[in-house]
Design a protein around this ligand. Structure first.
Ligand code: IPD
Ligand code: CA
Ligand code: CA
Length: 339
């Protein structure tokens, strides 16, 4: 797969004597190109820049198969995630502008805000009718009745970022109603790009990835996270202790999106966490599903975006982990009843 930066894209247009694209991608909510749009950006042509005569509006009448539409969405997500990543790296070398969102460890930086502003601006330009749910609140989630919704975490791993620990990323996913279509997770410090498109598989820096083949919990490397809000109410320390004793170990890396991407890439065998938001997990879930893994809640029900607990595994250890999680839950519930 070839990834194009915004500047590279503009240069390609210039070389070919094609005027740069209009700000809006000519794609409407029902997956059709608008007839009136003559100029077609690279996303909308599957990455190829069309010559002037090929860009007649009548070439694009009617619906495209969803897979090519998804590819276009994915290319947009990749490009925007990579550009937002540059903002994060730039901010990393600047003095830190830190604020607290209420609780003592719920941090927000200038980098979160700048990255989100850029992502929302770009998505709005390309897909003006789509809803955008973005963590720092600058999206337009409720204003739109579109069935397409972008889930944006402009900086996942803010605490790591604030301490200069380079485990952070931009996470962008598109869902159509309840179906995730495209996902990009980008760690700009290490230039690690994870992508997925529904039905097309998942990739890491352009190469197909697959979840691990580890079939037992006792030989697995796991990962989890702890909330930045209402920390004392989190039940996770109990699970953290038990899973640590029954596996090769449990890592706590501080970026749920990268944790999930690492399960998709086979670096971790499983991940769980309580109370994550939709933007934390949307991209990672598609990555795992497309890499052959499994995602549910502890009861085995399909995980609903924003649900109270997520269990994401390579599929092979899913039942074993789930059974242990249920056992820990019932043990904690009965000891709570006794007190
Ligand atoms: C946090 C990270 C962390 C997870 C927290 C999230 P943020 O997101 O994903 O790994 O444990 O629950 O809130 O605040 O860095 O975007
Ligand atoms: Ca997050
Ligand atoms: Ca964030």
């Amino acid at each position: 797969m070839r990834f194009r930066g915004l500047q590279a894209l503009k240069n390609t247009y210039k070389k070919q004597g094609v005027p740069p694209p209009k700000p809006n991608l000519p794609i409407s909510d029902d997956c059709t190109f608008r007839h009136s749009d003559v100029q077609t950006p690279a996303f909308a042509t599957g990455g190829k820049v069309m010559n002037a005569s090929a860009r007649r509006p009548d070439r694009y009448s009617g619906a495209l198969p969803i897979s090519s539409m998804t590819k276009n969405y994915l290319e947009a997500a990749i490009e925007i995630a990579q550009e937002a990543g540059k903002i994060l790296v730039e901010e990393l070398s600047r003095p830190l502008h830190l604020a607290y969102k209420g609780d003592e460890v719920d941090l927000v930086t200038q980098a979160d805000k700048r990255s989100e502003r850029f992502i929302v601006e770009q998505l709005t330009k390309y897909f003006p009718q789509h809803a955008i749910a973005a963590e720092e609140g600058t999206g337009h989630e409720s204003a739109s009745d579109s069935e397409f919704r972008w889930h944006v975490d402009p900086l996942d791993g803010t605490t790591n970022f604030a301490h200069g620990y380079p485990c952070f990323c931009v996470s962008i996913a598109l869902a159509r109603r309840d179906t995730l279509l495209a996902a990009a997770v980008f760690n700009p410090f290490y230039s690690e790009l994870f992508t997925a498109a529904r039905g097309e598989g998942a990739t890491f820096n352009g190469k197909k990835i697959h979840v691990s083949k580890n079939a037992t919990l006792s030989t697995s490397l796991l990962c989890t996270g702890f909330p930045v809000r209402n920390r004392k109410l989190s039940p996770n320390l109990q699970y953290y202790g038990d899973f640590t004793q029954h596996s090769h170990g449990v890592r706590r890396d501080g970026s749920a999106a990268l944790d999930l991407a690492s399960v998709a890439a086979g670096r971790f065998d499983a991940f769980w966490e309580f109370g994550l938001a939709k933007w934390d997990v949307a991209a990672g879930i598609l990555l795992i599903e497309e890499a052959g893994g499994k995602v549910s809640d502890f009861a085995g029900n399909p995980y609903q975006l924003g649900g109270p607990v997520i269990l994401a595994t390579n599929g092979l250890i899913h039942e074993e982990m789930r059974a242990m999680a249920m056992e820990i839950s019932s043990r904690s519930a009965s000891s709570a009843m006794k007190t």
